[in-house]
Design a binder for this molecule. Structure first.
Ligand code: ADP
Ligand code: F6P
Length: 458
């Protein structure tokens, strides 16, 4: 059996809580398979030399963690700059927020080269290497240049935009060429794979060779759709444990006689939080029977706070929540409870279960695991309703949710009203269908499917 080597920018001790789909999913996966998890430690060395980094290798249960400290200048260019100032906005269809003219690319390349240099000595001949997300697109090409002949797979956790948007990145061709150094490239949704296919046809003057095999830049790559899932069994176990049950009890008690809506996100402009709050305001305006009753619990954990666009979205959200509470709130009722913090994972299932409706309304999202967690946490005999953005990758799978266009504020308010009024029978039927899909395509399915496909490639 080959050892699994996972490489991602963000790594986390699988025994500790984390916010962010990637860290949560890979933590669950590696706990089962064991292996090596290599990535940035999250720490910066203020006066470190660019392109240099200190590696700290230690074990956490079944997993060996190899954590690399980076120089401040590198984090600035590679993480804040190119990854989150260029790739993240463009890949989420937000050219208006992208710093396309910036000179961050050299730092991005430098850190990818550093990752390759530090990872290579740790590799064994038959390791199966699985690289994750937009921070590390050129890593396989760097490893290949150093003679690495291992199987290498890549999974993109975020969306891949249409070719017309992607091509706004000055170095788009270099970036896409780098994908061809992998044996297998995985996307979250059919829409992403289609965008990849269009890009290859339009920009690289090449034709797909087979259903999922693409030829361009004088090489061939396999690409496919592998929608990420959650660890259903583990999440259910969490839901049965004391902390989740206590959270459920206290939440039900505190909000008795209220209808509870919940949003749980990283505070990110891709999550559509201002639009969601406005839609909730519209609900209170248009359907006054919800006043003094409906309460939106919005948990938004701090994220990338040193990137400008994230500071702006935080201010916007605070002012929107304040305005709704000021306009509609009363001595005994606060319409929006905004919590700017990470909630312990052990408490999440209890919180979800206590809520009538989940609002998962990103403007664009690779998948969105919160949607799946909410469904799994529900009481099957009296389940809550999922309101889901059609622009989340999850919408391709979770067709029994109430799908909304998050830009359409009155339309979203209407869907929330429908969710609040949905008869028990319809709630049960929708929930059962959603749960079936989520259980079938869980995180272990995702992992198995990707790694088996990678291992079988000739
Ligand atoms: P992303 O990867 O963009 O953050 P996902 O919805 O796919 O979005 O994954 C987010 C993960 O992080 C989920 O497992 C969710 O439970 C967790 N999470 C997000 N925000 C919070 C929060 N405020 N508190 C606790 N966990 C959170
Ligand atoms: O799941 C998408 C993702 O960008 C991951 O790659 C990342 O780990 C997560 O969101 C959280 O972001 P960050 O690592 O920048 O805190």
């Amino acid at each position: 059996m080959s050892r699994l080597v996972v490489v991602s920018n963000r790594i986390a001790d699988p025994r500790k809580p984390a916010a962010g789909g990637l860290a949560v999913a890979l933590g669950e996966t590696l706990k089962k398979t064991g292996g090596l998890w290599f990535g940035w430690s999250g720490k910066t060395v203020p006066d470190g030399m660019p392109g240099e980094g200190k590696l700290n290798v230690h074990t956490a249960g079944t997993v060996t963690l190899a954590e690399l400290d980076l120089a401040e200048e590198d984090v600035d260019a590679y993480y804040r700059g190119y990854s989150n100032g260029v790739l993240w906005p463009v890949f989420h269809y937000r050219l208006d927020l992208a710093h396309l003219e910036s000179g961050y690319l050299s730092g991005y390349r430098r850190v990818n080269r550093l990752f390759a240099r530090k990872l290579a000595p740790l590799l064994r001949e038959d390791d199966l290497i699985w690289i994750h997300d937009y921070h590390l697109i050129p890593l396989a090409a760097e490893l290949r240049a150093m003679g690495c002949a291992n199987r290498i797979g890549f999974f993109l956790h975020i969306p891949l935009p249409p070719q017309q948007i992607l091509a706004a990145i000055p170095s788009h061709e270099w970036l896409m060429r780098a994908l061809f150094a992998y044996d297998l490239v995985g996307f979250q949704s059919e829409a992403d794979l289609l965008n990849f296919s269009h890009y290859v046809q339009a920009e690289a003057t090449a034709e797909p060779v087979g259903v999922s095999q693409f030829r361009a830049f004088n090489s061939t790559v396999q690409a496919g759709t592998f929608p990420i899932g959650i660890d259903v069994d583990e999440f259910r176990r969490l839901g049965q444990a004391r902390e989740a049950r206590d959270t459920y009890d206290t939440t039900c008690k505190e909000y008795s006689r209220r209808r509870l809506l919940i949003g749980v996100d990283r505070l990110d402009y891709s999550k559509g939080l201002p639009q969601r709050i406005r839609a909730f305001g519209e609900l209170l305006r248009e359907y006054p029977e919800n006043r003094h009753s409906a309460t939106l619990l919005q948990v938004a954990s701090p994220s990338r706070e040193d990137v400008d666009a994230y500071v702006d979205i935080q201010h916007e959200l605070e002012s929107l929540c304040g305005a709704i509470n000021g306009n509609y709130g009363d001595l005994d009722w606060m319409p929006v409870r905004y919590i700017h913090r990470i909630i312990a994972r052990r408490r999440l299932p209890g919180l979800y279960r206590a809520c009538d409706v989940a609002l998962v309304t990103p403007l664009r999202d690779g998948m969105n695991l919160v949607a799946k967690e909410f469904v799994v946490a529900q009481d099957e005999s009296d389940p809550g309703v999922l309101v889901l953005s059609r622009f989340a990758g999850a919408a391709e799978q979770l067709k029994d949710a109430l799908l909304v266009n998050p830009y359409d504020i009155p339309g979203t308010a209407q869907a929330i009203q429908r969710a609040l009024q949905m008869p028990l029978e319809e709630r049960r039927a929708r929930h059962a269908a959603l749960l079936e899909n989520i259980c079938r395509y869980d995180v272990h399915w995702w992992c198995r499917q990707f790694l088996e496909t990678l291992a079988e490639i000739r």
